[in-house]
Design a protein around this ligand. Structure first.
Ligand code: NAP
Length: 481
């Protein structure tokens, strides 16, 4: 019988009145679990509980909050293998990728646990005699955290841990397609002894819960990661009541490949960034912009590399690429492949849903490359969020930079080159929040700021020391002695 995962409000696991299914996208016969379907009333109750818990939690010494975060990390660590397997079963990414993400979540809790003892303010000399002036950091208040399915443990971790260490109390709303990993973090918070009301978890329909969340009276802030459509709606609603808001949204990330690159590494980096995790990373490469001197050779090598990628159930050894997360994402991938066919002709590799045998039980699509794309085509402008790559030809470095920046998004970007001057030109002129050089465009660490620019993002960055900007505020003090 399937396990039912209840919501968590005011330190209690609430009996589910109604549930929804969480199924394995590699094998839809497999029910991963049933999740409580939360209501607007649940959100309001959780917000009230979080408000009641706020004075106690925010006045607890930072190192004591940090000790609880270390405990959460230890609990997650004990379940390391289980968590990796559960992620593969609910989201579809391969087991090594899933375990890497679990490791990242554990590290995030340890990193922000340490911040509990480091939270500094500012101390500067006053112009006035015998005046001591300083600024301290204080928590913001009840904070809503809305997360997507594609990094189902890392993204909840990189919101929950800094929110808590700064002294905020939280409502977590996970993605309906993959809620189990976030539920496991909340379970670990409960087991670690985080006081009741500090952490609340409500799964269910984004529309219903999002509406209730953004209008819940105690709410002071909301951090959202997901699509531009939902993020922009949330922003409009949140702004009406001046909620603090942080948005991390879509991307259409370029990798520029110049003639002087390490060719083999560049092919590998593009294939990795475009197709691993089924192209379902916000930092994935979906546009390869290749200098014309190596364009034909690059396309040929990329096609050969792509043909070697093994698509299948991510639990099986040797699989490189799992399924799309659900029917909706599969349909989006196939729709854009048809758009690409009309705009660009037949893909040079891929282009079909995989069927037959075990493929029939899941949402599998071939990694697909369109060559000869041009910058204004829809497959080169719109986020697909699947294993579909548009390859474009650039005359030279300047032309490649122009094409790369000719887009409303600005999340991540990559360049493959051995020319240091061009690297610096790229670093200063590329309109994206995350840049890589001679690496895939995806694959970030938690110790530095994370987030985009232009239409991809709004508000302070996440992760690293920058995370404290959103989750805390300054209080400035002038003291005459
Ligand atoms: P999504 O459909 O926008 O959903 C994100 C979250 O918002 C889910 O928890 C969803 O709940 C919830 N939601 C839906 N409607 C809502 C509403 N009206 N109010 C409040 N919350 C609502 O995005 P997704 O499909 O899960 O994720 C894919 C997108 O996330 C892509 O665009 C990707 O680029 C982006 N992403 C960005 C980053 C980044 O850091 N920039 C990182 C990862 C992903 P339900 O699941 O119940 O609908």
């Amino acid at each position: 019988m399937a396990t039912t995962f209840p919501n968590y409000i005011n330190g209690e696991w609430r009996k589910a009145e109604a549930t929804f299914e969480n199924r394995n996208p590699a094998n839809t016969d497999e029910l991963v679990g049933l999740f409580a379907k939360g209501s607007a009333a649940d959100v309001n109750e959780a917000a009230a509980a979080a408000q009641a818990a706020f004075p106690g939690w925010s006045s607890m010494p930072g190192p004591a909050r940090g000790a609880l975060l270390f405990k959460v990390a230890d609990i997650l660590e004990k379940k390391f293998d289980q968590l990796g397997e559960e992620m593969t079963r609910e989201e579809g990414k391969t087991l090594p990728e899933a375990k890497g993400e679990v490791r990242r979540a554990i590290n995030i809790f340890r990193y922000f646990g340490g911040e509990g003892s480091r939270q500094g303010g500012m101390l500067v000399p006053s112009e006035r005699d015998r005046v001591h002036m300083f600024a301290i950091r204080k928590a913001v208040g009840v904070t809503g955290l809305v997360t997507p399915w594609n990094f189902p443990i890392a993204i909840p971790a990189w919101k929950i841990a800094p929110a808590l260490i700064c002294g905020n109390t939280i409502l977590v709303k996970p993605a309906s397609a993959a809620p189990l990993c976030a539920w496991r973090i909340v379970e670990a918070c409960h087991e670690a002894g985080i006081p009741k009301g500090v952490v609340n978890f409500i799964a269910g329909s984004g529309g219903t819960l999002g509406e209730a969340l953004v209008h819940a009276a105690p709410l002071k802030a909301v951090s959202f990661t997901g699509s531009c459509e939902v993020g922009n709606w949330l922003h409009a609603e949140a702004s009406k009541r001046r909620l603090r808001i942080q948005l991390e949204m879509g991307g259409k990330n370029p990798t520029i490949v110049l003639g002087d690159c390490d060719f083999t590494a560049a092919v590998e980096n593009v294939a990795n960034a475009a197709f691993f995790s089924t192209g379902q990373k916000c930092t994935a490469t979906s546009r390869a912009i290749v200098e014309e001197s190596i364009y034909d050779k690059f396309v040929e090598a990329l096609v050969e590399r792509t043909k070697k990628l093994k698509v299948g159930n991510g639990m099986e050894p040797g699989i490189d690429i799992g399924p799309a997360v659900d029917q909706g994402q599969l349909d989006t991938n196939l729709r854009y492949i048809e758009i690409g066919r009309k705009e660009c002709g037949e893909p040079v590799v891929g282009g079909k849903r995989l069927t037959g045998g075990a493929y029939d039980k899941g949402f599998f699509v071939e990694p697909t490359v369109f060559a000869g794309a041009t910058e204004n085509m829809r497959i080169a402008q719109e986020e697909i969020f699947g294993p579909v790559l548009a390859v474009m030809k650039a005359k030279n470095f300047d032309d490649a930079m122009r094409i790369a920046n000719n887009i409303p998004f600005g999340l991540s970007a990559s360049i493959q080159t051995s020319n240091v001057s061009r690297v610096f030109d790229y670093v200063y002129k590329m309109e994206a929040g995350l840049l890589t050089v001679n690496l895939p465009s995806a694959g970030v660490e938690y110790q530095l700021p994370f987030g985009g620019t232009k239409d991809s993002s709004f508000g302070p960055k996440e992760q690293g020391p920058a995370a404290m900007e959103f989750y805390s505020d300054y209080k400035t003090v002038y003291l005459k002695y």
